[in-house]
Design a protein around this ligand. Sequence first.
Ligand code: DC
Length: 227
Amino acid sequence: MKNKITIAIDGYAACGKSTLAKDLAKALGYTFIDSGAMYRAVALYCLENHLIDTNGVVNLEQLEKSIGSLQIEISSDQKVFLNQKDISEAIRTPRVAGIVSKIAAIKLVRQKLVEQQQALGKAGGIVMDGRDIGSVVFPNAELKLFVTASDAIRTQRRLAELRSKGEQQSEADVLDNLKSRDLQDSTRAESPLIQVADAMVLDTSNLNREEQLAWALLEVQKIIEQQ
Ligand code: DC
């Protein structure tokens, strides 16, 4: 393969974006960035520092003061660090999932994270997944994918992920969280989740991990051959 391209992957919650992005990055020798983990890191920071109250009201003044000093890092083995502390597990709890869409809708949070994500992708050779990657972060990405999956499949995937970490949640609660995040993510004023016109749609409902990867690799190959 010749030049390293930029691959932007967007889609609703738990549709398999991160798994595909990770597999693609590994197969191509590219960097993988799970941008959702960065929004989760800010959400965790807000919870731990009482910047969000029990009614979900965010202390924007305080958040604005501290956001500039937040250091979010993702290591090559996908560990997530907030101010040097490993928060990889802590950002995957239902508590964080419950507020992250609210935090991700805040303009100053998005400005800070988009800037960092663009810097990470400057040299190409990156696969990033999220909600605004093809639309805002990398509008010139050579390959844009919009990943979908049925509600039933998404719920089962998220339940399995939670169970593997010893977290118990009912099927109804998981689906509820996915649906309410989808709604918030796609209706917010600041860079909502959209399917951009030049994105290719990949429905992962009936495809296993290997099949998804094979399909995407073929698309990458076509693009690189055309360069
Ligand atoms: O992919 P995820 O479920 O870990 O993402 C967590 C939340 O972060 C999701 O509800 C929406 C938000 N998000 C976003 O607004 N923009 C991104 N690029 C990535 C995630």
